[in-house]
Design a protein around this ligand. Structure first.
Ligand code: KG4
Ligand code: ZN
Length: 340
C-alpha cells in the first residue's frame, strides 16, 4: 500500500511516501521567510506552500522510485487544526491528485498525526498509555486505551509550551522560531540563578498554563537577568511541569507506555528527563527522533496507514474542508470535521 502524505498545517511544507507504515522517501521544507517577521505570517505561509509543494512531491516520488502519481494507492493530507490558508494548499493538492489518479483520499487530524508517528509495527505500544502532545500550537495530555480510543485528559488554558518557548526566545533576542535556540542557550546557563514561578504546577491537575511564566521571564529579562540563566530556568520550569503531570497521570491510570510527540519533544532536557523518569517508573517510552518531533509528513502517512489497516476501503469525501481548531474530547486520526 503506497501512501503519499502531505503536511501543510503551519509553516513547514512536508511530503512523505510510505509503503504501509514504513517511510520510503520524505522531505520537509522549513519556510525561512517568517523569521524576519518574528512570527508566522499566514498569507506568506500559504503562498510558500503553493510554490514549494509541487517540487517537493516530485523529489519524493523520484527518490522513492515512483514514475508518477498513478503508482500511488492512497493520498493523505492534514485537514486541521492549523492555519486555514496553509491547510487548504495541501488539502486541495491531495484531493486533486487523488481525483486525477482515481485513488482514495484521506483527510488527517494533525494532532492525532503527531501521536501516530509511534504507530509502527516494529515497536508496538502496550496500552493503556498516556500521551503528551507538546507543540507550538498545543499542549495536551491524553489517555490512550488503544489507537482507536484516545481520550483528552487536559490541555493548556492559554499558551502552548512551544509558543511560550518561542515568545521567550524572541524576547531574549534569540530570533524566531526560537525554541531550539533557547534550548542551546540554556545549556550554558544555571537554572538556580533565576527564579521563575511554576504556574498550575500541581501534578494531579492535567491542565497547563504557560502565559504567566512567559510574563515572569519578561520581567526578569528587563531587570537584567543573564540570557543563558534565564533560558536554563525557563526550560527547567517547563520541563518539570510537563513531566510531573505526565508521570502523575501514568501512575494514576496504570499506564504501561508513555508517548510523547510534537515539536517541543526535540528539547534536549525534556528528552533526558523523560528517559530518566520512564526508566525509573518501568514505563516504555515512545519518543520521536528530533526530525520527527517537529511537523513532518511521515506522521500523516502513518495516521492514514492506521485508518486503512482497520478499514482498507476508507476514504474521505472530496468535499472535506480545512479546520483551524480542534476541540473534542476524543481524538481520531480521521481529519474530516464533523459538519461539512
Ligand atoms: O510540532 P511543531 O513542529 O508545530 C506545531 O504543530 O506547532 O512544533 C513547533 C514548536 C515550536 O514552538 C518550536 O519552537 C518548538 O516546537 N521546538 C522546541 C525545540 N525545537 C522545536 N522547543 C523547545 N526546545 C526545542 N529544542
Ligand atoms: Zn505540529
Amino acid at each position: 500500500m503506497r501512501i503519499l502524505a502531505v503536511e501543510t498545517s503551519c509553516d513547514d511544507t512536508a511530503v512523505a511516501l510510505l509503503d504501509g507504515c514504513s517511510a520510503v522517501a520524505e522531505r520537509v521544507h522549513n519556510q525561512s521567510v517568517h523569521s524576519q517577521h518574528g512570527g508566522v505570517v499566514p498569507e506568506l505561509a500559504s503562498r510558500s506552500h503553493l510554490k514549494i509543494l509541487p517540487g517537493l512531491v516530485s523529489e519524493v516520488l523520484l527518490s522513492g522510485g515512483m514514475n508518477g502519481l498513478n503508482e500511488i494507492d492512497v493520498f493523505a493530507a492534514t485537514a486541521g487544526p492549523g492555519l486555514t490558508g496553509s491547510l487548504l494548499v495541501g488539502l486541495a493538492w491531495s484531493k486533486a491528485a487523488a481525483w486525477a489518479a482515481r485513488k482514495p483520499f484521506l483527510a488527517i487530524n494533525h494532532l492525532a498525526a503527531h501521536l501516530f508517528i509511534h504507530y509502527c509495527p516494529e515497536r508496538l505500544v502496550v496500552f493503556p498509555a498516556v500521551a503528551l502532545l507538546v507543540s507550538g500550537g498545543h499542549t495536551s495530555l491524553f489517555r490512550m486505551n488503544s489507537w482507536q480510543e484516545i481520550l483528552l485528559l487536559g490541555s493548556t488554558r492559554d499558551d502552548a509550551a512551544g509558543e511560550a518557548f518561542d515568545k521567550t526566545a524572541k524576547l531574549t533576542g534569540l530570533g524566531y522560531p526560537g525554541g531550539a535556540a533557547l534550548d542551546i542557550a540554556a545549556d550554558s546557563g544555571n537554572p538556580e540563578n533565576c527564579s521563575l514561578p511554576s504556574p498550575m504546577a500541581d501534578p494531579a491537575q492535567p491542565e497547563f498554563s504557560f502565559s504567566g511564566l512567559k510574563t515572569a521571564a519578561k520581567l526578569l529579562w528587563e531587570k537584567g537577568a543573564p540570557r543563558s540563566d534565564l533560558a536554563a530556568s525557563f526550560r527547567k520550569t517547563v520541563v518539570d511541569i510537563l513531566v510531573s503531570k505526565l508521570m502523575f497521570q501514568s501512575r494514576k491510570l496504570g499506564a504501561k507506555s508513555v508517548l510523547a510527540a510534537g515539536g517541543v519533544t526535540a528539547n534536549s532536557l525534556l528528552r533526558k528527563v523523560l528517559r530518566q523518569e520512564c526508566a525509573s517508573g518501568n514505563l516504555e517510552l515512545f519518543l520521536p527522533d528530533k526530525e520527527h518531533s517537529t511537523d513532518n509528513a511521515l506522521m500523516v502517512g502513518r495516521a492514514a496507514a492506521a485508518i486503512l489497516e482497520r478499514d482498507p476501503e476508507a476514504s474521505s469525501p472530496l468535499s472535506c474542508n480545512a479546520f483551524a481548531r480542534w476541540s473534542g474530547t476524543s481524538l481520531s486520526p480521521i481529519g474530516c470535521p464533523p459538519r461539512q
